[in-house]
Design a protein around this ligand. Structure first.
Ligand code: C2E
Ligand code: CA
Ligand code: CA
Length: 477
């Protein structure tokens, strides 16, 4: 056979390379999304002929973005290659693996060879490997769907496995979650909720309800927390526990934050015009809000547009989760808020405890003890000592404590004995619209001395350096 001329060989090589490049992911050399979809169609057709089942395993790499923030492209590639290396050995001849998108891998495995235990082992191994030259470990969420029992087409099979992976990442499952049809229904429901929420924001159907925060010594109102309310025109009131997570998964959470902040500032102005200075007005910020580049600027802008009176303080409630994910960013945002004259509360404290050391030196003002510790605090020695520890810790950190979800006088007394500064809960008042809050503030001095509050609160002595506000108690003169 005559050797091919040099030029022809090179041209052929180039074409082959180009073809390969079009079909493979440059980082892992695994088939890419387009090529995989072609291959999996053939695999399913063959499986159908032989009456075989195929398991489609979808693996999301959850910490890719974080690795990228820390180590740039190199860090991200290292993470992806670590996961790819751990997955490859599980794939046998006639089976498939691909890098389906930036942060996800898909494996098509023969069902006869694969047990649930084996699937879970694949997932477990992928998340237990250390990355080369780094402290990091991959964090993965996995979902699985079966052909033909869950889906009969390749497109649906892939989509269903991805839905199962979404469910795995939400529940932080460490095993592969199997698809079930309800996941599809949930997603549809969520999509409708998101659509309606967008309309509700445009048409101003969201409102704020306020819940007072009461000083446990004096019974004075220390402030109020604004909580978003949505009255759906057809479905009626929808709980924030339902729509806030949906808003957090879309960009609507930013509009909700600006809306609630603006509304709270406007309402505070209306209260002031009616002669009521609420000492502190709090709004909630989700981790995604705090992360937002212009978060502090947004707060400053709204404060300039809707200024508070000299006797009212803005408070923003944040959770510990951003502190855990990105400490530097969290600290930067806290400092920004504090220089803008805003107080910061740590909400739901104790539910995802980050540790005393992480909190030391942070410019936080208030620690809100989560209601799960407050509930039955007078009946459980364990809850009591937990609350006490939180109070002691908060004091060492120079923070005020507010107990959330105080529902009865027993809990109130126990919290007072522990030394907790303030309480918020149905015992004092459920969250109410702005107009009703004015009424509450007006009636509270009477209520706090009567009924089940008799002998609960101290009547404070007047110190000449302070003046007593008829409604809010002791304020520096
Ligand atoms: P949260 O910030 O911890 O707010 C306290 C929740 O506890 C509120 O639920 C309040 O109605 C409820 N609560 C108050 N007192 C009691 C009590 O004595 N017993 C019990 N069992 N519950 C009590 P809500 O209004 O349903 O809000 C739920 C969560 O939704 C809030 O928890 C907050 O995380 C979130 N949320 C509400 N509005 C907003 C918002 O505008 N932005 C963001 N990012 N999140 C919000
Ligand atoms: Ca809150
Ligand atoms: Ca809370």
């Amino acid at each position: 056979m005559n050797p091919l001329p040099h030029q022809t060989l090179e041209a052929e090589f180039r074409t082959q390379l180009q073809d390969y490049g079009l079909r493979h992911d440059p980082v892992t050399s695994l088939p890419n999304h387009t090529y995989f979809r072609k291959l999996v169609k053939t695999m399913l057709a063959e499986a159908a002929n032989l009456n075989q089942e195929v398991a489609l395993l979808w693996i999301d790499v959850l910490n890719l973005r974080r690795e990228y923030s820390i180590g740039g492209d190199e860090g991200a590639e290292r993470l992806i290659c670590t996961v790819a290396d751990s997955l490859r050995p599980w794939v046998e001849s006639g089976e498939l693996i691909c890098r389906y998108s930036d942060r996800c891998f898909v494996l098509a495995l023969k069902r006869s060879e694969i047990t649930d235990a084996r699937l879970n082992l694949i997932v477990e191994e992928a998340s237990h490997l250390h990355m080369r030259g780094s402290e990091g470990k991959p964090e993965v969420a996995a979902g699985v769907a079966f052909f033909p029992s869950d889906a009969e087409s390749s497109d649906e099979l892939i989509r269903f496995a991805s839905l199962a992976a979404v469910s795995a990442s939400r529940t932080r499952s460490r095993i592969a979650i199997r698809f079930n049809p309800e996941m599809n229904a949930t997603l549809m429901h969520e999509r409708n909720l998101e659509k309606d929420l967008r309309i509700a924001l445009q048409e101003q159907h969201l409102t704020l309800a306020y819940q007072p925060q009461i000083d446990l010594m004096t019974g004075n109102i220390l402030g109020v927390e604004g909580l978003t309310r949505w009255n759906h025109p057809i479905r009626g009131p929808i709980s924030p526990a339902q729509f806030i997570p949906v808003a957090e998964r879309s960009n609507l959470i930013h509009e909700i934050f600006t809306h609630s902040l603006r509304q709270a500032l406007r309402d505070a102005a209306a209260w002031r015009a009616a002669g009521i200075d609420v000492p502190s007005v709090a709004v909630n910020a989700s981790p995604a809000n705090v992360r937002q580049e212009d978060f502090v600027e947004t707060v400053e802008r709204e404060l300039t547009a809707y200024p508070l009176g000299p006797r009212t303080q803005l408070d923003i409630e944040v959770t510990e989760s951003l502190l855990m994910d990105d400490e530097a960013l969290f600290v930067q945002r806290l400092k920004g808020l504090r220089s803008a004259g805003v107080n910061v509360s740590l909400d739901d404290f104790g539910t995802r405890y980050t540790g005393f050391n992480a909190l030391k030196g942070l410019p936080l003002n208030t620690m809100k003890i989560d209601k799960c510790f407050v509930h039955g605090v007078n009946r459980s020695a364990q809850a009591q000592s937990l609350c006490q520890t939180i109070v002691v810790m908060a004091r060492q950190l120079n923070m005020v404590t507010i107990a959330e979800g105080v529902e009865d006088v027993g809990e109130l007394r126990a919290l007072k004995n522990i030394g907790c500064n303030a309480g918020q809960g149905y015992l004092f008042q459920r969250p109410i619209p702005s107009e009703h809050l004015m009424e509450f503030v007006h009636n509270w001095p009477e209520i706090k001395r009567s009924g089940h509050f008799v002998d609960t609160f101290l009547d404070v002595e007047v110190d000449p350096a302070y003046e007593i506000d008829p409604l809010f108690g002791v304020i520096p003169a």
